[in-house]
Design a protein around this ligand. Structure first.
Ligand SMILES: Nc1ncnc2c1ncn2[C@@H]1O[C@H](COP(=O)(O)OP(=O)(O)OP(=O)(O)O)[C@@H](O)[C@H]1O
Length: 281
């Protein structure tokens, strides 16, 4: 489990995250919400050490995350995968290679320099793509895919890391509601089936309510709400978003009419061997 004690991150005079203490048991799906600038991204980035805390302690089980360096830090960043709003794929490389890049940290430098991936690694990458319903695009350049497809590739790449924790920094902020639903369903499925802890920053309140067992609300760097979705009442929302006015949650809704929702369900993975053949297996 994660244990954060009095964690602070300061940029110059700006306190991006201010004295945050949280305990996150393994296997939870946690939504972090708050206004722009509340400190959500900085909090997530400190968890996998893309950002360094200024003070306080972050532990994951026996690991003192804040003290990690070198090989220990690389191992942690493999265990703690992250996906981003802008997908961060290599657009000119094909989808399969992008997914295989999730394995780079575990391989020898020679294998990496030669760009060699084993048959087992390729099969695992195809299986990850199948699970997300996009195995048919395995050999297309990643940059030619739609945003929703690209985010699914990013999730497949994260799965290749065999992570213990999946951090998602506004993964649906650039997607339309249909693709947002596909991506959030995939994150929920990974959380439920593998028991991987998922911590996801969200702008849309109703998405947090629908998908997250636990919601953490941030305002000006501090945690101002921490509880179950059903306890997120009007007063809590006003504290998080700093407004007395009721927020119209349907404005940013990811809820879909039933017909569109049916379209959003990933197709059953095809029994066809075509992607494997295409991938040279
Ligand atoms: N590298 C940085 N250097 C200076 N200031 C930063 C840096 N990163 C974040 N900040 C500042 O810290 C505060 C928190 O930023 P952060 O990106 O964590 O907020 P956020 O809640 O994720 O916002 P958004 O929803 O817009 O992404 C903001 O005021 C931001 O300008």
């Amino acid at each position: 489990m994660f244990q954060l004690r009095d964690v602070t991150c300061q940029f110059g005079r700006k306190l991006a995250v201010n004295n945050v203490s949280l305990t996150i048991p393994e296997g939870q799906m946690v939504g972090v919400i708050g206004r722009s600038g509340a400190g959500k991204s900085t909090l997530l980035r400190m968890l996998n050490r893309l950002a360094k805390s200024t003070s306080g302690s972050i532990r994951y089980g026996d690991i003192d995350v804040t003290a990690l360096r070198g090989a220990g830090l690389r191992a942690w960043q493999r265990d703690c995968a992250m996906i981003f709003q802008q997908f961060n794929l290599v657009p000119r490389l094909d989808v399969l290679t992008n997914v295989l890049l999730g394995r780079l940290n575990e391989r020898s430098t020679v294998m990496n320099v030669l760009g060699l991936f084993s048959r087992e690694e390729r099969i695992e990458a195809i299986a990850a793509l199948e699970r997300l319903g996009i195995e048919q695009v395995a050999l297309q350049p990643a940059g030619t895919l739609s945003g929703g497809q690209q985010q699914r590739v990013a999730i497949a790449r994260a799965l290749m890391q065999r992570p213990k924790v999946l951090l998602a920094d506004e993964p649906i902020a650039s997607l339309d509601p249909l693709n947002a639903k596909i991506v959030m369903d995939a994150l929920r499925d990974i959380n439920e089936r593998e028991g991987i802890t998922v911590i996801v920053n969200l702008h849309t309140l109703d998405t947090a309510r629908t998908y997250c067992q636990r919601i953490v609300g941030m305002a000006e760097g501090r945690v101002v709400f921490d509880g179950a979705a059903e306890h997120l009442d009007g007063q809590a929302v006003a504290t998080i978003y700093g407004t007395e006015q009721a927020i119209d949650e349907t404005m940013t809704s990811t809820a879909l009419p039933e017909r569109q929702a049916a379209l959003a369900r990933p197709a059953t993975p095809s029994a066809s061997l075509q992607p494997l053949v295409l991938a040279g297996l």
